[in-house]
Write a protein of this length. Structure first.
Length: 118
């Protein structure tokens, strides 16, 4: 999973230190690989429900009907990346790296400009 994340980051000229958080769907909240990745990278991980991901469905680069049937979201990696970036930064996010996959995982990156808070 770390290798896949590093591939996505490299495509954008980024490093692990540029990340502010990880995210996945609620149905994966007990996934040892995700929990281990968050612990290794010392990053917070957010878990999003299908309802929370629904707002992002129209912005996905790909839709997967099987994923929709299993998770309630047509694209978990991209929708979670968008939801987490927006939650962390308070502004609308954009995909910076659409979904990439390995045999066992998918990964996407999103970025959102930070909002100055008074």
């Amino acid at each position: 999973m770390l290798d896949l994340l590093q591939q996505a980051l490299a495509r954008q000229g980024l490093q692990v230190s540029d990340l502010t958080g990880l995210a996945s769907s609620m149905h994966k909240r007990d996934e040892p690989a995700l929990l281990g990745l968050a612990a290794t990278l010392q990053l917070p991980i957010a878990w999003f429900s299908a309802d929370q991901l629904a707002d992002h469905q129209g912005r996905l680069s790909q839709r997967n009907d099987l994923c929709l049937a299993v998770t309630g979201s047509a694209g978990v990696a991209e929708a979670c990346a968008l939801a987490q970036a927006e939650a962390l930064h308070g502004t609308r996010a954009q995909l910076s790296c659409g979904k990439i996959r390995s045999a066992n995982a998918t990964c996407a990156l999103a970025m959102a400009p930070s909002v100055e808070r008074e």
